[in-house]
Design a protein around this ligand. Structure first.
Ligand code: TRP
Length: 360
């Protein structure tokens, strides 16, 4: 069986370092591993509209931002198909058929949707489109017969629901769809990177994100004013590493070679943590190290992004070509689905014969 990746992001803002360690970095690695037959990376504009119906301009503006972030990270259009969700209308039709296989109560139990409803204060005024987006996400994944979906931890319930839909579809209509596997980050700190203020969620409205497109100076300022252990007041005080964003970021970003380059007096992260716990290690020193580590990771991304920023028409051309390619693949799956569901009236010779017989 072919190994196929599908994943994507909502274009509601620029991508930040949480997206990077949670998924983007892994995608680039998988892309360059040569282990996959096809890779589809989708800008989920239709899904973004499910809770931004009144703000299409925001979604429209952020499509190119997300595409630039992708290209900056090293996603390569020669190896990965980058496309826009709404340009593949087959996804909408698949969603419509899958809706018959999912109950309202099952959607209500989806923990991610539940949390998002609370966060957005939707309560009694949940848009139907938003409520059903896990079904559309199942369409995104199955349209490409994806076997592997690299995403962050928050997407686990979506994958679970997709697998249920696949299972139900195949048992009702016959083996047609492929059951996907989720691929989570292997580093625990990368599962959910906190905001620079220590809050569990990075969000634009909280102003606690470091963006891939931030300048060197912006990144430095954000790191130097990061939240740390509030009880670690003087350098001599013992400090807490657990739940301390500076150390969580180091868990996510630092590698042994960073110590050799920027902080040779420590053998590695364990030794640095040990010193912090014991007392005698100031926040500023740790933050300066984190800044060096992150700048070295982000600089090449920023440079590559800048190059593409100078050639916006090429970026749109990549998305146009990718969307055409994606549409052709989704059309084939839709044909399989229609045939399995017996709604392929005009290319089913047996059906016409059957009707002729009936009226003989
Ligand atoms: N829900 C994802 C996000 O919030 C975006 C997305 C839409 C997606 N369809 C998908 C991710 C299919 C993986 C597979 O960013």
């Amino acid at each position: 069986m072919s190994k196929i990746i599908l994943t994507g992001d909502r274009p509601t803002g620029r991508l930040h370092v949480g997206h990077y360690v949670g998924s983007l970095k892994r995608r680039v690695k998988l892309q360059n591993s040569g282990e996959f037959d096809s890779i589809y990376i989708m800008i989920a504009d239709a899904q973004a509209l499910t809770d931004n119906a009144d703000n299409p301009e925001k979604v429209r503006q952020n499509i190119v931002e997300v595409a630039l972030d992708y290209l900056g990270c090293g996603l390569d259009p020669a190896k990965s198909t980058l496309f826009i969700q709404s340009m593949v209308p087959q996804l909408t039709e698949l969603s419509f058929y899958y809706m018959n296989l999912v109950t309202v109560s099952r959607l209500q139990r989806n923990p991610t949707v539940k949390a998002e409803i609370q966060m957005r204060n939707f309560e009694a005024s949940i848009p139907v489109g938003f409520f059903t987006y896990p079904i559309s996400q199942a369409a995104d994944i199955t349209a490409f017969k994806a076997t592997t979906v690299p995403v962050g931890e928050d997407q686990m319930p979506m994958l679970e629901q997709t697998r249920e839909i696949v299972h139900k579809f195949n048992s009702v209509y016959g083996e047609t769809l492929v059951e996907p596997q989720i691929l989570l980050p292997d580093n625990k700190a990368c599962l959910r990177l906190p905001g620079t203020d220590g809050k569990a969620k990075m969000s634009k409205s909280l102003g606690n994100c470091i963006y891939l497109a931030d300048t060197e100076e912006e990144v430095r300022k954000k790191i130097m004013s990061m939240f740390t252990d509030p009880n670690h007041i003087r350098v001599e005080d013992p400090g807490c590493v657990e739940g301390n964003p500076v150390f969580i970021y180091l868990d996510a970003f630092s590698r042994p070679e960073h110590f050799a380059e920027f902080l040779p007096e420590y053998a590695g992260l364990d030794e640095l943590k040990e010193h912090y716990r014991r007392g005698g290690l100031g926040d500023v020193k740790v933050k300066k190290f984190l800044n060096n580590v992150m700048q070295s990771e982000l600089a090449p991304i920023r440079e590559r992004r800048k190059k593409w920023e100078k050639d916006i028409p090429a970026v749109y051309e990549i998305l146009r070509e990718g969307s055409q390619k994606a549409e052709a693949v989704a059309a084939q799956t839709l044909a399989d689905v229609r045939s399995a569901m017996k709604i392929n009236y005009f290319d089913d010779g047996a059906l016409i014969k059957e009707q002729i017989e009936k009226y003989k």
